[in-house]
Design a protein around this ligand. Structure first.
Ligand SMILES: Cc1ncc(COP(=O)(O)O)c(C=O)c1O
Length: 357
């Protein structure tokens, strides 16, 4: 029988907009071994359950948890689930009558979903001149009904890092919790001097996704917590399982995501990730200056993500010849320099851009 084209695997050759990348070979192998395991039922699937504990230990090291033994969390289906759960925990722990969540304008749209699902008010505050959360606006937005303040460490559109310690101080001042969304930035930031971890500020929860820069297979996100209180606030009773409660949002979950996270991190932390982060940043800096030389306005890449004011008709032609590029809310073309985005691929992209411009 002829193979359906839909069963051919995707090529990453021209993918410039995705925050996912080619999994590490060890992650693929591990994923395949655990395809049928369900960490949602740990009393039945004991091996993958042990691996999940290992994954959280490894992630706790990456996010510099000051008390790794106290760190808790789980491997989620991605950043969306981790963010929803951070909001849910904050809401459940809050004593507010009408809880609100304060997020910068740059926050990922998963917080909009969280607010809608959990019936909390979402207060979106503007950014400062550097495209980071404006501290004065955050201070003005919080009140005694605030359950959670969110800071982003590696924003989706511009790769910016919010002032996490300052945001955390504002949150705790009003007895709100503090969540850091490092879904994309989490495997790059350890090799920068940015403040974003559990050691840099007394943050309560953090999202970090192995299926982005961590090179695990999809789905593999991560929710990390300062202590066990957060997961307790999320747990529901599980009458027909041999364990008593479940804190995750989904029930049956992918063992592949868990196993591949462990395999990728064990292979790559820290040396492999450091090399990838440095290489990607060099590529982003190189691309930014190549685009600026061509007269485009470029947003400085503080992390490996470049946004440039390439006009819409050219953007559309680039897509028509196969480049998977995307645009920011303001309309810039956004290129995420993930590990598969090599210098050669960027050179090929620029050749097409020059031809079409
Ligand atoms: C900062 C940030 N948070 C959360 C998410 C959502 O992650 P996912 O698509 O894995 O649910 C993304 C996705 O790009 C992101 O960039």
């Amino acid at each position: 029988m002829q193979r359906s084209p839909a069963l051919e695997s995707e090529s990453f050759d021209r993918v410039l907009s995705s925050m996912c990348t080619e999994p590490h070979p060890a992650a693929r192998t591990a994923a395949e071994r655990f395809l049928a395991s369900n960490p949602g039922d740990p009393a039945t699937y004991e091996e993958v359950s042990r691996l999940e504990t290992k994954a959280i230990d490894l992630l706790a090291e990456i996010v510099d948890h000051p008390a790794p033994d106290a760190a808790d969390g789980y491997i989620t289906s991605g950043g969306t689930e981790a963010n929803i759960q951070a909001v849910r925990a904050a809401r459940n722990l809050s004593e507010a009558n009408e809880p609100n969540v304060v997020v910068p304008e740059s926050a990922h749209f998963s917080f909009t979903k969280a607010a809608e699902l959990l019936d909390v008010e979402l207060r979106t505050v503007p950014l400062d001149g550097k495209l980071r959360a404006d501290l004065e606006a955050v201070s003005a937005a919080v009140d005694e009904e605030t359950a959670l303040v969110v800071g982003v460490a590696g924003t989706t559109e511009y790769g910016r890092v919010d002032p996490i310690p300052e945001l955390c101080a504002i949150a705790h001042e009003v007895d709100a919790r503090m969540h850091v969304d490092a879904a994309w930035g989490g495997f790059v930031l350890p090799f920068t001097d940015r403040d974003w971890t559990f050691s840099d500020a007394p943050i309560d929860t953090l999202t970090i996704d192995p299926h982005k820069f961590g090179r695990a297979v999809v789905p593999s996100g991560g929710l990390l917590t300062r202590d066990g209180r957060t997961l307790d606030a999320l747990a529901v009773e599980t009458p027909y399982l041999e364990t008593y409660s479940q804190a995750t949002l989904t029930g049956t979950r992918s063992g592949a995501g868990v196993a591949s996270a462990v395999a990728a991190i064990e292979e790559l932390w820290p040396k492999g990730y450091r090399e990838a982060a440095k290489r990607s940043q060099r590529n982003a800096d190189w691309l930014a200056s190549a685009l600026a030389d061509r007269g485009y306005e470029v947003v400085d890449p503080t992390l490996p993500l470049v946004a440039a004011s390439i006009p819409k008709p050219i953007f559309e032609e680039l897509r028509a010849v196969g480049w998977k590029v995307a645009r920011t809310t303001r309309g810039e073309v956004r290129i995420v320099c993930m590990p598969h985005v090599t210098r050669e691929r960027l050179e090929a992209f620029l050749r097409d851009l020059d031809r079409l411009d």
